[in-house]
Design a protein around this ligand. Structure first.
Ligand code: AHR
Length: 621
């Protein structure tokens, strides 16, 4: 491997090359990153017609003790469904209630993770024609293990109208499969609505599940594309993500059924929270909005202006002054400063659909007029031919086999440098090579990323997809981070991304592999600075997709003599015994990068590259 580390060969890598794409898929948000523990907190998931299905809520006690139903008596105009509970038994007498009470429970998203010593904030709206004595408790999945409880006691005018109650429950024990119970032993009719339970301890106090978001922070993502994906489109427009329905007080949000990935979301993780999360991660938000096109229906270009206005309003919400119509709502939600929204994507995977070009042009000119600095991303791939419409960037999505993706490392080599920049906004190895996140998939992705790094003069951004999967709702396979209520791990693909997290804004050097074998090998060389100790490193990355060990001779040219120091130089290797090896809850670190000190380092050195491996060498300069 010949590396020219001279100034003449140095080229800047895009500051925003690597980031993340967050889609509400696989319960990534609801039951994932959004720390709300209650699933279907407003009882709306069963639809607007009542009585309705209240899943996953369930009843404690049988029909001789209580009748549970829904009606449309909520005080919240945009989500009218409320739960009505008629308790037939009483505190004492012949028809006394069971000792533990009767009522309802919510198991959360396949169990709530309740941890000893942590505090959970429970909020619920209650109404009754009489007096109430309701126990709000966290219990094990059988209802027997008591983890924390508080009583709500009120009567008369205190509850004759809808009233908000808030209690804090400190957990006395740990159980990753807990539930929230609302129980009583008193006869009467009680209505419940908007029942929430959320840990007090969330990422930056903004309602995000800490362990999952920390995994994202560790990637040092330069951008944050959201909220989809197909989630943005919907199977039908009526089920698409519409930002105005997802802002404001959480109790007032209608929620919606994401019909592509087939689950309800209360939209607690709404447009504001997505912007907040990107800010909390230090990433630039990239908002993908619906352009009047879903998978199965489309708005004609002649009537798309209301959608255009919706997008303009969304931009104003994100970055308008606190005195503007929509910016004032953002300020009221606690963020008077504008969010740093610089990029929007006009639709997702809609290129080629009948109305795409027409609709796109309407969005493009309206946004360019109102916000000349905003960069707009087209859905049409401009990597092999010129776009027939103006764009600052274009999406490029690729899901394919390991060998295909590896060979696509050269895909952008011949792309015109005069057109818009490429945004590889979704890439991954899928199919049988991927298993549920194999080493093989990760290595092929590493090869592809090396190609993007080398082409970062035209590829401005890249993100893996999908990011998260709740193991109980694997709608798409594979994914970068796997979790359940309490556990999580990164797939090898996640760890490959970590090994690129210093690339954005780094310096690329020319490097040439001279091979006398057909081993599939790819390599790159960059220099980057560690912001903590200000050390500069020459990083050499090598992917070996083959089954042979390679003794790689490295020659670094263009440096002052002896500018590489052995001490502080390291080698990090991602490999495993079998190319299909994966991580799992039982073995979360089976395939993760392992770092060691280098035994020799210098302008000329030999490195052993293992079969089926990704090696990252940091030479301290
Ligand atoms: O990443 C999963 C899906 O793949 C996305 O929703 C969509 O954009 C693509 O087809």
């Amino acid at each position: 491997l010949l590396i020219d580390a001279s100034q003449a060969s140095a080229r800047p890598i895009s500051d925003t090359l690597f980031g993340i794409f967050f889609e509400e898929i696989n319960h990534a948000g609801a039951g994932g990153v959004w720390a709300e523990l209650v699933s279907n907190r407003g009882f709306e998931a069963g639809g607007p017609n009542t009585p309705s299905n209240i899943d996953p809520w369930a009843i404690i006690g049988n029909e001789s003790f209580l009748i549970v139903s829904t009606d449309r008596s909520s005080c919240f105009d945009r989500n009218k469904v409320a739960l009505r509970m008629e308790v037939l038994c009483d505190t004492q007498g012949a028809n006394s209630c069971p000792a533990g009470g009767v009522g309802i429970y919510n198991p959360g998203f396949w169990g709530m993770n309740i941890e000893k010593g942590k505090t959970y904030n429970a909020v619920l709206y209650v109404r009754s024609s009489g007096s109430i004595n309701v126990s709000v408790s966290l219990t094990g999945s059988d209802g027997l293990q008591k983890l924390g409880a508080a009583n709500i006691i009120a009567s008369g005018s205190e509850v004759s109208n809808w009233t908000k109650f808030e209690v804090q429950l400190e957990a006395q024990g740990t159980n990753p499969n807990s539930r929230l119970q609302l129980t009583t032993t008193s006869k009467g009719v009680i209505w419940f609505d908007q029942v929430s339970a959320i840990p007090l301890d969330t990422y930056k106090g903004h309602g995000f599940r800490k362990d999952l978001v920390q995994m994202l922070a560790d990637l040092k993502p330069q951008f944050f594309r959201f909220p989809g994906g197909c989630f943005v489109e919907g199977e039908w427009l009526r089920n698409a993500f519409r930002w105005k329905e997802t802002i404001g007080p959480w109790e007032e949000r209608p929620g919606h059924f994401g019909d592509v990935w087939k689950y309800w979301t209360d939209d607690g993780l709404g447009y504001f929270e997505f912007l907040q999360l990107s800010e909390d991660l230090g990433s630039l938000p990239i908002w993908v909005f619906n352009n009047g096109i879903s998978h199965n229906d489309q708005v004609d270009t002649s009537s798309v202006l209301p959608f255009v206005q919706e997008a303009l309003d969304g931009i104003e919400f994100a970055r308008g002054s606190p005195n503007s119509t929509w910016g004032s709502l953002r300020a009221a939600m606690g963020h008077p400063e504008p969010f740093d929204l610089r990029y929007v994507a006009i639709g997702n995977e809609d290129c080629g659909k009948k109305n795409y070009r027409g609709n796109y042009l309407k969005f493009f000119s309206a946004i360019r007029n109102a916000y000349p600095d905003i960069k707009m991303i087209s859905n049409c791939d401009g990597s092999s031919r010129q776009l027939d419409h103006p764009a600052d960037m274009y999406d490029f999505h690729i899901y394919t086999s390991a060998s295909n993706l590896f060979s696509m490392a050269n895909h952008f080599d011949h792309t015109s440098r005069n057109g818009p920049k490429a945004f590889v906004s979704e890439y991954a190895v899928t199919g049988k090579d991927a298993g549920r996140g194999s080493l093989l998939a990760a290595l092929a992705e590493a090869g592809f990323l090396i190609g993007l790094e080398k082409n970062s003069d035209i590829v401005e951004m890249a993100s893996y997809a999908p990011l998260f999967v709740n193991t109980h709702d694997r709608r798409w396979n594979p994914d970068a981070i796997v979790f359940d209520s309490s556990q999580l791990y990164g797939t090898p693909s996640y760890w490959v991304q970590c090994l690129f997290n210093e690339s954005s804004g780094a310096t690329l050097y020319n490097s040439t592999l001279q091979m006398n074998s057909s081993t599939p090998l790819l390599a790159s060389a960059i220099s980057w600075q560690n912001s903590e100790n200000e050390n500069t490193y020459l990083r050499i990355k090598v992917v070996n997709l083959g089954t042979d060990t390679v003794n790689l001779k490295v020659f670094v040219d263009g440096l002052e003599p002896n500018s590489i120091s052995l001490s502080g130089s390291t080698k990090t290797v991602l490999t495993s015994n079998n190319q299909m090896d994966e991580n799992s809850f039982n073995e979360p670190t089976k395939v993760i990068p392992k770092q060691s000190l280098l035994e020799s380092a210098g302008e000329e050195m030999e490195v052993v590259i293992s079969p089926r491996s990704f090696t990252s060498i940091d030479l301290l300069m």
